[in-house]
Design a protein around this ligand. Structure first.
Ligand code: NAP
Length: 468
């Protein structure tokens, strides 16, 4: 654990295992109730120094961290693969994206600005000047999930530093390794001791203590709906950002270019075995092109290589735990029982699930209406665009969506009517670049990430007026 600039040990240890085969890859210390107030105290103590730092000083720290991440690319990628089990090729991409996230945060530190308020637009404002400044909130609790352990952490830590806050980071229990490496990297970049603290331990034990601590000003959480809602209900007046789950969908119109749709749907549905919050889980394909789409989609999916995550040729590796794989397997079985056709995959070996395509699953089965978080996609056909939009919107989630069509009128009609945080035209919902605003509506969350937008969430607008 890393608290107040020191590496801290506790009597309690946890072995981190490669999810693919259970090989031990590291041992970390687990926090008890004692380490949480200690970390918050050190973060509070560091807050004045961070607040006083110039934008340029904060930007420089982040820029250095970006450069060091590129140098440590292979070490970080191996840590990501070992802790969350994603194929090494995807882990390298995650490191590159995480470095970019930190670079964007560094650039946003320079751009952090307020505005001049036209006070004399009101009769009572004659002779007054007004301006706003954006001030840091103080201590931010950042809680992150297992599936993108590095990049999603940087989406919180980068903007928090850019805005002049201090952080207590609690990574997922399964994936603390990249978080601890980043604590070392930030320390090497002259981030003041206490500005970033990493507390490793079970959320069920230390989560409540952290999010309800009186000196924590904001909780930024990425994870499941259940935990997100629990946090929201506990934190009272604290600022909170929630990036939660989804069952993202894409509409494929009859004029879509299948040469583009098919490969993107394979990546969108099966990258990191579908353990992506914007994974393509539902595909609505126009009835006229259903047969051709399915034939090509199944053929391309069957080419994916299943294997050990350290092998650079591997496309599909394991889910995070055996229990999760068994759950996904049972949801596939439930869909088939309810009348869905299994077109590809469907089998499990230990924690690895073969990429699975189901057709015509009833909307009530869990593989269609809940978040699968596994390599499973449900394909249904439709007759009119209005029907497809209605079925896409028939979800308790709303993170991102996609539509493929060459008809711009249809594309923008769909974009206006789809109820999600983002809509991609001629792209799958799994698409994300790290500077864009990102977040959900409905049960998918509240607030936006992407460094520029996260900084807005992580600062308070203060008004200053002058009676001249
Ligand atoms: P999770 O079980 O909700 O865990 C997320 C984090 O919350 C972990 O660090 C976990 O710690 C912690 N936690 C657990 N119980 C807590 C409590 N009572 N108080 C405070 N923290 C607590 O989610 P996950 O399984 O790691 O990740 C998968 C979920 O994340 C999916 O639903 C996915 O859609 C969502 N996700 C959303 C986005 C997005 O941007 N919208 C991105 C990625 C993932 P422990 O590991 O110690 O339990």
């Amino acid at each position: 654990m890393y608290i107040g600039g020191d590496w801290v040990s506790t009597p309690d240890q946890q072995t981190i295992e490669l999810p693919y085969d259970g090989t031990s890859v590291a041992t970390v210390y687990r926090a008890s109730a004692k380490e949480v107030p200690m970390a918050v105290a050190r973060a509070s103590a560091a807050a004045p120094a961070m607040r006083e730092m110039t934008r340029d000083e904060r930007s420089t720290i982040l820029r250095r961290a970006y450069e060091k991440m590129l140098t440590a690319r292979e070490e970080l990628a191996m840590a990501v693969t070992n802790e969350c089990g994603k194929p090494i090729r995807e882990a390298r991409t995650e490191v590159d994206r995480a470095a970019q996230t930190v670079l964007f945060a560094s650039e946003e530190a320079h751009r952090l600005q307020g505005e001049v308020v036209p006070m004399d637009a009101s009769p009572a404002g004659k002779g007054r000047w007004g301006m706003t400044v954006r001030e840091p909130l103080g201590v931010i609790a950042a809680i992150t999930p297992f599936n993108f352990p590095l990049n999603l952490s940087m989406h919180k830590i980068g903007p928090a530093i850019a805005a002049g806050n201090t952080i207590v980071h609690k990574p997922a229990s399964a994936t603390p390794l990249s978080a601890l490496l980043m604590a070392r990297i930030f320390a090497e970049c002259a981030l003041p001791a206490g500005a970033l603290n990493v507390v490793t331990g079970p959320g069920g034990l230390i989560g409540d203590l952290l999010v309800t601590h009186k000196d924590v000003a904001m909780v930024t959480f990425t994870g499941s709906v259940d935990v997100g809602v629990r946090i929201r209900n506990m934190v009272g007046m604290k600022r909170v950002t929630l990036e939660l789950g989804g069952n993202a969908a894409v509409i494929v119109e009859e004029d879509a270019d299948l040469n583009a749709v098919v490969p993107r749907s394979v990546v969108g549905a099966f990258a990191h075995s579908g353990q992506v919050c914007i994974s393509v889980q539902r595909i609505f394909v126009h009835r006229k092109i259903r047969a051709e789409f399915l034939e090509r989609f199944v053929e391309a999916t069957r080419k994916l290589r299943i294997g050990h995550p350290h092998d650079p040729a591997t496309d599909i590796s394991s889910l995070i735990t055996l229990g999760e794989a068994e759950r996904v397997e049972s949801w596939i079985g439930e869909a088939i029982q309810a009348g869905a056709s299994l077109l590809s995959g469907g089998t499990r070996r230990r924690a690895t699930i073969e990429p699975t395509i189901l057709a015509d699953a009833p909307t009530t089965v869990r593989a269609a209406c809940r978040e699968v978080f596994g390599p499973v996609v449900v394909v249904n056909s439709y007759d009119t665009l209005d029907e497809a939009i209605e079925r896409l919107n028939h979800s308790e989630y709303g993170l991102q969506a996609g539509i493929y069509t060459r008809d711009m009128e249809k594309a923008f009609r769909a974009a206006r009517r789809i109820r999600t945080g983002g809509v991609h035209i001629n792209e799958v919902p799994a698409y994300r670049v790290d500077q864009m605003p990102y977040g959900g509506v409905k049960m998918s969350g509240a607030g936006r990430e992407g460094p520029k937008y996260a900084i807005e969430e992580m600062t308070e607008v203060k008004l200053i007026t002058w009676n001249a």
